[in-house]
Design a binder for this molecule. Structure first.
Ligand SMILES: C[S@@+](CC[C@H](N)C(=O)[O-])C[C@H]1O[C@@H](n2cnc3c(N)ncnc32)[C@H](O)[C@@H]1O
Length: 204
């Protein structure tokens, strides 16, 4: 994704109630699954306008938000002073770049279907999470291709949960939970969303 595929929707992104409700449901599940504390440094991959990270921010010390979209990052930056934790925003394509940080965990909401090679992305996550740290990744279950009305750089029409979990396992994570987190209601249908949580294996 070299162009800003979210430029035309970033300003109105949070005016879509079903989108906001979906991420609120995901955040509730993440907060129920992970014990956050104020010493933690967490990365949000594909942070967008910050709908997920703003719920986690009061519970951690620092969040590194990673998003390729300048327009989405601008929306997030406007929230900086009310988040309640330190915030770094990295405007990069995480498929193409590496970030030399080591975090306690990674969260992500509705972004993995924009990633061409999810195995490579899980391997990248493993290199960025400390041993014993976590990932909490939410995305669409397999859908019929009608979820997106426009091309925002979609490589997957959702995921088969077991295939998704295997990609995480193959990259060196031990899956803790794979649960239903939400349903997105659109005029053309209802789309279920899962949350995978897993622990990073290995000593270093
Ligand atoms: C559907 S939005 C989800 C935003 C937010 N997580 C939420 O749930 O509201 C996907 C986001 O992932 C970002 N994104 C997609 N592929 C990316 C990549 N390879 N590197 C960094 N950001 C990416 C997009 O720019 C977009 O902001």
């Amino acid at each position: 994704m070299s162009t800003d595929r979210f430029a035309h929707k970033a300003g109105s992104y949070e005016q879509n109630k079903s989108r906001v409700d979906n991420v609120a449901n995901i955040a509730d599940c993440v907060l129920g699954a992970i014990e956050f504390d104020r010493t933690m440094h967490v990365m949000d991959f594909g942070s967008g306008t910050g709908l997920l990270l703003e719920k986690i921010a009061p519970r951690v010390g620092k969040i590194t938000a990673v998003d390729i979209s300048k327009s989405m990052n601008r929306q997030l930056d406007a929230k900086r002073n009310r988040l309640g934790c330190a915030l770094d925003i990295l405007e990069i394509d995480l498929e193409e770049s590496s970030v030399p940080i080591r975090v306690d965990g990674i969260v992500s909401s509705m972004t993995m279907h924009h990633v061409r090679d999810i195995g490579a992305m899980f391997a990248k996550f493993r290199s960025m999470v400390r041993a014993g740290g976590f990932i909490a990744i939410a995305d669409l279950d397999s859908e019929d291709g009608t979820f997106h009305a426009e091309d925002t750089g979609v490589f997957h029409h959702g995921f088969d949960r077991e295939t998704f979990a295997k990609a995480a396992t193959d990259a060196g994570f031990s899956v803790s939970r794979l649960i239903s987190a939400s349903v997105v209601h659109k005029p053309q249908g209802n789309y279920s969303v899962f949350l995978l949580t897993a622990i990073r294996l290995g000593a270093k």
